[in-house]
Design a protein. Structure first.
Length: 262
């Protein structure tokens, strides 16, 4: 009798993630159904990972991103996602589409490509959420937060409210850029996040969207949906759901929100 070896016999997904983060892979593996494998390429560039040219017509990939795409091209993947919320939000209008076009030139026509920003929009639409409560990670600085709010507004999303999660005592005086390097990414606790969202979510919100692929949160999706009686969507959940759709796979995934039933 053979044992499960996580071989991607149904589909293999590639994900570009921040070089120092452990959360994306952990959350994808937690949610992924049998027969799906997840393969990461790590990127050290600052957001956005892809730069526009002077005329804003074409983009240039960061070295890590280009190298990862070239390696992914040989791995017979079903879909690849640029799993970085910040890059989508900071990149601005048209950035996601330009990145998909450029990555597709390297990966070839048989590999579907998406970005976390577009995945989140698709998940909102599929869930019927038109007035989300947006939740941002503690390490999003004021400029990134403002660009994020503007990005959703430019894509027709009317938010019911937003919050940047308070990381708690010991972290409030740490500069945003130093939170992850100082270890917050590995000291995240999901129970305080759950309590904060449940308390702050306004009545007029018809759903919750938690941004940030390095933001540990998929363990509270079901609890939020039960207690708030509305959809809860997270960055990593949205991208895995989108990759499954792109691969033509509709598995039953329990415990990680109603999105996977859509």
């Amino acid at each position: 009798m053979t044992q499960r070896d996580n071989w991607g016999w149904k589909a293999r997904f590639g994900m570009f993630i921040v070089s120092s983060e452990a959360v994306p892979e952990a959350e994808w593996w937690a949610m992924a159904p049998e027969g799906i494998s997840v393969h990461a390429a790590r990127v050290t560039a600052s957001a956005p990972w892809v730069a526009w040219d002077a005329e804003r017509r074409r983009v240039t990939l960061a070295d890590d991103l280009k190298r990862g795409a070239e390696q992914f091209a040989a791995m017979r993947l079903s879909a690849v996602v640029l799993g970085h919320s910040s890059s989508s939000l900071v990149g601005g209008a048209g950035w996601d589409e330009a990145v998909i076009e450029r990555l597709s030139e390297i990966l070839g026509p048989e590999i579907s490509v998406s970005t976390n920003g577009l995945d989140c929009l698709a998940a909102l639409g599929a869930s019927g959420v038109t007035r989300p409560f947006l939740v941002f990670p503690p390490w999003f600085n004021d400029a990134t937060l403002e660009k994020g709010l503007a990005w959703f507004g430019a894509h027709g999303v009317t938010r019911a409210g937003h919050m940047r999660h308070d990381p708690g005592p010991g972290w409030r005086e740490v500069p945003f850029a130093e939170m992850y390097p100082e270890g917050l990414g590995f000291e995240q606790q999901i129970e305080p996040l759950y309590a904060a969202i449940r308390t702050a979510c306004p009545a007029e919100a018809d759903g919750v969207l938690i941004l940030g692929t390095g933001f540990r949160c998929v363990g509270i999706i079901d609890a939020l949906e039960r207690d708030l009686a509305r959809p809860a969507i997270t960055a990593n959940q949205a991208s895995l759901w989108q990759c499954l759709r792109l691969a033509g796979i509709r598995p039953e995934i329990d415990g990680y929100g109603s999105l996977f039933a859509r």
